[in-house]
Design a protein around this ligand. Sequence first.
Ligand code: NAP
Length: 284
Amino acid sequence: MTAQLIDGNALSRQLRQQVRERTTALKERGLTPGLAVVLVGDNPASQVYVRNKVKACEEVGFHSVLERYDATLTEAELLARIEALNQDPAIHGILVQLPLPAHIDDKKVIEAISPAKDVDGFHVASAGALLVGEAGFKACTPYGCMKMLESIGLKDLRGKHAVVIGRSNIVGKPMALMLLAANATVTVCHSGTADLAAMTRQADIVVAAVGKRNVLTADMVKPGAVVIDVGMNRNAEGKLCGDVDFEGVREVAGWITPVPGGVGPMTITMLLVNTLEAAERLRP
Ligand code: NAP
């Protein structure tokens, strides 16, 4: 079997077109969705991420602001900026690019963002809303994975066993909760899991969110399973690759996401969706 690809670029284009249309409708009523992206320091990867986020906002017609600060910015100064953005009526979403310099407590900063503007979905109120099934912003990467499943007809996951590898607060745990909310039976694996392959071999859906190459190989996958690869790693030649042994697993799986061109573009797309929804909640 050769797996079908779930193309994150194509799905993103489709979803971003919908965001563009809803944005135009909102603007006609006098409301322009606004996202503020805050970058502290000069981490090269972060600079690329924030540029891409701002560019994506411009492409769908949002108002976007990139606030860049020196790595010497104090925690108190950053908290004051967040508070100003919380009060700014032109801003509906606030994203603080992580990691922050070591002298700033990123947890404190994220908690300072108003939950109504927490479009990254990292605030404890957003995590709590997901846990108890209330409306809140969903963390963008797992939200994007759910949209990828939906795109192949997997919306209600009743009767499906999903295995998530990884339990971080920004990917693995919210991913598990979203799968559970969609009625899947969910197993969460991590570095303490005794026999990972025994778990993944039972899975109809595997989501790998580890950050290590070849965590999932062909012998660990049930024929026909859906494999979502969240990982972002570099191979020996410096090429971007995921956690999944793509060439091997694609011969066993039914569906697979590539890296690049899979989950990556979906993350920014879901940030746009969340920002639009934050603005729509204020619709006049
Ligand atoms: P993280 O915080 O480092 O978490 C990694 C998780 O993997 C941990 O829960 C860890 O277990 C588990 N783990 C480590 N080694 C394992 C093993 N051998 N077997 C099973 N589980 C193992 O990473 P993260 O922030 O969730 O990110 C994961 C990956 O996704 C990274 O490559 C990151 O770059 C990528 N990512 C991609 C996007 C995107 O937009 N595509 C967005 C976010 C993250 P313990 O909890 O026991 O330590």
